[in-house]
Design a protein around this ligand. Structure first.
Ligand code: IMP
Length: 185
C-alpha cells in the first residue's frame, strides 16, 4: 500500500526515518499539544503542500478538539535550493483574531518561510502563535525561528517523502529519505 521506502531505494542515498518512526514521534508531539492546549481550541494552520501528511497524522493523534485551515506560500518552486522569495499564494479562510494558532509545517530549512509567516500572522492579532514542524535542518538555527514542537533534527541534505517533494514527486513516500544527487543532477 502506497509508495514504500524500498520501492524507491535506488533514488535515495539514505533512509532517515521509516513510517513507524515518524508515526511514533508525531504521537509524542500530539501528547504534548494535548497537554499544552487543554481547555482551548487551537487552530491548526497547515502550510500547503508539504504539511498535508504532518497535519493529517498530527490532528488525528490529538485527543483535544482542533480546527484546521490552510495557507499556500511560495518557496522553492521545483528546484532544490531556496529562492528566498516568499509570497502568499493562498490565504486562510478563517479569522485568527484572538485564536490560538499552531502553524503546522513540513520542514524548516533556512527558516525564511516561517519567519515571514509568523510576522504576517502576528499582525492579525491572534491570542498566541506556535510552530509544529516535522523536520528541521541545521541551517534553521541561524534564523532564530522558535519551533516549539519539532519532530526530528536532520542533516542539511535535500530530503523527500512524508509530504516533501522533488519536482512534485515523492510526497506520498511512506517515510523520509535523502534524495540521491544523481536524481536531480
Ligand atoms: P525555508 O524557507 O528555507 O525554511 O524552506 C521551507 C520550505 O522549503 C519547506 O516548507 C519545504 O516546502 C521546502 N523544503 C526545504 N527543504 C526541503 C527538502 O529537503 N526537501 C523538500 N522540500 C524542502
Amino acid at each position: 500500500m502506497g509508495v514504500n521506502l524500498d520501492d524507491v531505494r535506488g533514488d535515495l542515498s539514505a533512509v532517515l526515518f521509516t513510517e513507524s518512526q515518524i508515526e511514533a514521534r508525531i504521537a509524542e508531539l500530539a501528547a504534548e499539544i494535548d497537554r499544552d492546549y487543554a481547555g482551548r481550541l487551537p487552530l491548526l494552520v497547515g502550510i500547503l503542500n508539504g504539511a498535508v501528511m504532518v497535519m493529517a497524522d498530527l490532528s488525528r493523534a490529538l485527543t483535544i478538539h482542533c480546527e484546521m485551515d490552510w495557507m499556500a506560500i511560495s518557496s522553492y518552486g521545483s528546484g532544490v535550493a531556496s529562492s528566498g522569495v516568499v509570497r502568499i499564494l493562498k490565504d486562510m479562510n478563517t479569522s485568527i483574531v484572538g485564536r490560538d494558532v499552531l502553524i503546522v509545517e513540513d520542514i524548516v530549512d533556512t527558516g525564511l518561510t516561517l519567519s515571514y509567516l509568523i510576522d504576517n500572522l502576528k499582525s492579525r492579532n491572534p491570542a498566541s502563535i506556535e510552530v509544529c514542524a516535522g523536520f528541521r535542518k541545521p541551517e534553521a538555527l541561524r534564523s532564530h525561528v522558535d519551533v516549539k514542537y519539532l519532530g526530528f533534527e536532520i542533516p542539511g541534505d535535500f530530503v523527500v517523502g512524508y509530504g516533501l517533494d522533488y519536482a512534485g514527486r515523492y510526497r506520498n513516500l511512506r517515510g523520509l529519505g535523502i534524495l540521491a544527487p544523481a536524481v536531480y543532477s
